[in-house]
Design a protein around this ligand. Structure first.
Ligand code: VNL
Ligand code: MN
Length: 340
């Protein structure tokens, strides 16, 4: 028997009491954002979500979480402030809480440098201040990358007003994890019913749409070195590349899509990596590795929303070469997120 591979899980959610309290205020406020059912459930005890104890799992980082990591042989979690992050707050509150969350994250990592790494939060509501926070978080706090929870007030990162964020991410070689939140008001109509708002379907529609907007708009011609990470087996975008290519080149010819330097498949290959969070399907993994290459797939659990044991069992059992498994379990994470 060879020694077990180092296991680095890269989409692992946490929170801090100050952000949880601010989300409780959002939960008690008005509005009909599709994020509210989950926010009310987790942060204000509305029936349903409460029974799953997510809040305790999000807040207890150095106790319960480390014990579960030890129990299942998870060497490291790359932590990110849980969705919707700071993106439902006013700009000033969002900037303040993003910085506070980043400071706490850096403190946790300093106490457990072999067990935790972290992705920095920022407030897209204030793009210039967000770019400054990105710089601070990467250069001073030494965080490992960035997280954004998809849309902000119904807007997406292809919008030029957000380009200071993309510019800062690219300049600091900070991979931007586009994590889900519920679909924006523009998308939500058919997704309000039957629990389709959240992880079952709505999250993938939201983030997949976000990724396609960025590819089709030509943002990657402007920021060719920008790296985007998509969870949940790429939110299925790469299952769609053939059709995206075909129809986008047709749309470019007839003037419906902007001209781009590369094809959609080339952007996906150059500018994206994906993770296995919450999709423990061997066939989906096999397709992903064949389509994108083993260098572009990273392992994740999606703690505390997904149980750890099956995520480990899934990757342990995956029919991959030892070389490819090492890439997916840890080497790609070390490269993409600058982990020693
Ligand atoms: C869920 C899953 C929620 C993964 C998440 O963030 C997440 C969920 C709020 O099952 O509700 O990252
Ligand atoms: Mn997640």
């Amino acid at each position: 028997m060879t020694a077990p591979l180092r296991r680095i899980a890269v989409e692992e959610a946490f929170s801090i009491p100050e952000v949880a309290a601010a989300l409780q205020r959002v939960a008690r406020g008005p509005g009909d954002s599709l994020d509210l059912p989950l926010v009310r459930g987790i942060y204000d005890g509305a029936p349903g979500y409460g029974s799953m104890n997510f809040l305790e799992g999000l807040l207890d980082i150095e106790g319960r979480r480390l014990r579960e990591m030890d129990e299942h042989g998870v060497d490291m979690q790359v932590l990110s402030l849980t969705a919707p992050g700071v993106q439902m707050f006013d700009a000033d509150t969002a900037c303040e809480l993003a910085a506070l969350a980043n400071d706490r994250l850096a403190e946790i990592i300093a106490r457990h440098p072999t067990r935790f790494a972290g992705l920095a939060s920022f407030a897209p509501q204030a793009p210039k201040r967000a770019a400054q926070e990105i710089e601070r978080a990467i250069t001073r706090l030494k965080l490992n990358g960035l997280v954004v929870n998809s849309h902000t007030n119904g807007e997406y990162l292809d919008d030029p007003k957000y380009w200071p964020i993309l510019e800062a991410a690219e300049a600091h070689d900070a991979c931007l994890y586009i994590h889900p939140r519920a679909p924006s008001d523009g998308l939500k109509g058919a997704l309000r019913d039957y629990g389709m708002d959240a992880a079952m379907w709505g999250y993938g529609v939201e983030v997949g749409t976000h990724a396609v907007r960025m590819m089709v708009s030509g943002v990657f011609d402007r920021f060719p070195k920008l790296k985007i990470c998509l969870g949940h087996m790429g939110e299925a975008v790469h299952f769609w590349l053939w059709r995206l290519n075909f129809m986008n080149s047709r749309a470019q010819k007839i003037g419906r899509s902007p001209k781009t330097e590369l094809t959609m498949a080339e952007y996906f290959q150059r500018n994206f990596v994906i993770t296995t969070s919450g999709v423990e399907d061997p066939l989906a993994l096999e397709y992903s590795v064949k389509k994108l290459g083993a260098d572009n797939v990273l392992w994740a659990i999606d703690y505390p929303y997904q149980p750890t044991a099956p995520a480990v069992a899934f990757m342990d059992a995956a029919p991959l070469s030892p070389e490819d498994k090492a890439k997916i379990y840890h080497r790609n994470a070390e490269r993409i997120f600058h982990i020693a």
